[in-house]
Ligand binder design. Structure first.
Ligand SMILES: *Cc1c(COP(=O)(O)O)cnc(C)c1O
Length: 372
């Protein structure tokens, strides 16, 4: 039985040709020309004015939080069901993270819970488009306008996705992407911040580059990081970006095939194919086992590993993270949907290189586990 990995990227476009150009010209650092070209083309694709390429998606989030001046006394509202990258810089900055639970159907943040979490200290809402469906943005944007809040949009799983026809990555004061190899566009490691705001763009560029100053390079007014993306990474990113529409189509047909082949298994919830604001792009194909089946995600993943199928658990919610418990955070939080889907949810092989025959094989093995 062949092992089917949880993710494999597709690198069979112009990646090699552009990488060769880096080697032949000697431009391998962040000073090379592909970086600006990738920033410009990626920003244009999302209809944004500025793109700032960085070392990874986590770095993009760190810089976004810092660029907005979030710090002690501020509160930031974000989903409980997300990756640690979203919350890390909020906590490090001394600001207070405020969590909302997940929606049980879309697994995105339940936007109806946001308003009750807003206080006079709230500075920003961080939205995270999760697993292939976007957050319902209209209510979020209306709240942000009404309460004068900043929006940070984590679109790390949403390259090529739209919300009511507008690109994901076009909604935040600052919007961020990751180019990790399981994302729809990869650079190996990499990330991007998008904005229309000239001043925020300048701050992000400066934070990315140690806050060197143009006219007094080694004199610093602010602390930054080295978050620079290399020309080698941007070369791969450009080649990937050229194929984004095809990649999205490929993921959608994978999602439809899985949905068809798994639909009749009793007691598992599949991803929603569409909402009234978006069609799923199936960043990953997640399964949530109903609690009535008395089977945990961990047990199902173990059984699938024995059948040589790669899987990954769902996010573990922020209010259950040991690191935050030790800091005394979230002691009174209860986010039952996030807690349930963390225990009952996992995803099956969903990478771009997955072939329809591999997907059919995965579905067969999943059926064997669940119908045993
Ligand atoms: C992948 C991901 C990140 C982190 O990106 P890295 O490039 O791995 O640092 C952040 N947020 C979300 C929602 C992600 O899926």
């Amino acid at each position: 039985m062949d092992f089917i990995p949880v993710n494999e990227p597709l690198l069979d476009g112009n990646e090699k040709a552009y990488l060769n150009q880096c080697i032949e010209t000697g431009w391998i650092s962040s000073e090379g020309p592909f970086v600006r070209e990738f920033e410009d083309k990626f920003a244009a694709r999302c209809g944004r004015k500025h793109g700032i390429a960085v070392a990874n998606g986590t770095a993009a989030l760190d810089a976004a939080v810092e660029a907005l001046g979030i710090g002690p006394g501020d509160e930031v509202i974000l989903p409980a069901f997300t990756i640690i990258s979203c919350i890390a810089q909020i906590v490090r900055s001394g600001a207070k993270p405020v969590l909302v639970d997940a929606d049980p159907i879309t697994w995105n943040m339940d936007v109806s819970q946001i308003e009750s979490r807003i206080t006079q200290h709230t500075k920003a809402i961080m939205v995270v488009h999760t697993y292939g469906l976007p957050v319902d943005m209209d209510p979020v944007l209306a709240l942000a306008r009404r309460h004068n809040l900043r929006v940070i949009e984590d679109a790390a799983e949403a390259h090529g996705q739209t919300y009511r026809g507008k690109p994901c990555g076009s909604f935040g004061d600052l919007s961020v992407f990751s180019f990790y190899p399981n994302k729809h566009v990869t650079t190996g490691e990499g990330g991007m911040i998008l904005t229309d705001d000239d001043e925020l763009a300048e701050i992000c560029r400066s934070l990315r580059n140690l806050c060197f100053q143009p006219h007094a390079r080694f004199v610093h007014e602010r602390l930054g990081w080295n978050l620079r993306m290399t020309n080698l990474q941007a070369a791969i990113g450009l080649a990937q970006l050229e194929r984004l529409d095809g990649f999205v189509a490929r993921k959608r047909s994978m999602g439809r095939l899985y949905t068809e082949l798994l639909a009749d298994i009793r007691g598992i919830q599949l991803p929603l194919d569409a909402t009234d604001y978006a069609d799923n792009i199936y960043w990953v194909f997640g399964l949530v086992i109903e609690t009535s089946r008395q089977l945990s995600a961990a047990a199902a993943m173990k059984a699938l590993a024995q059948k040589r199928v790669g899987t990954r658990p769902f996010f573990w919610p922020m209010h259950e993270q040991p690191v935050f418990s030790r800091m005394g955070l979230f002691a009174k939080d209860d986010h039952p949907t996030a807690s349930r889907i963390a225990r009952q949810g996992f995803y099956i092989p969903s990478g771009l290189a997955l072939t329809p025959s591999q997907a059919a094989e995965v579905a067969e093995r999943v059926r064997a586990v669940f119908n045993a």
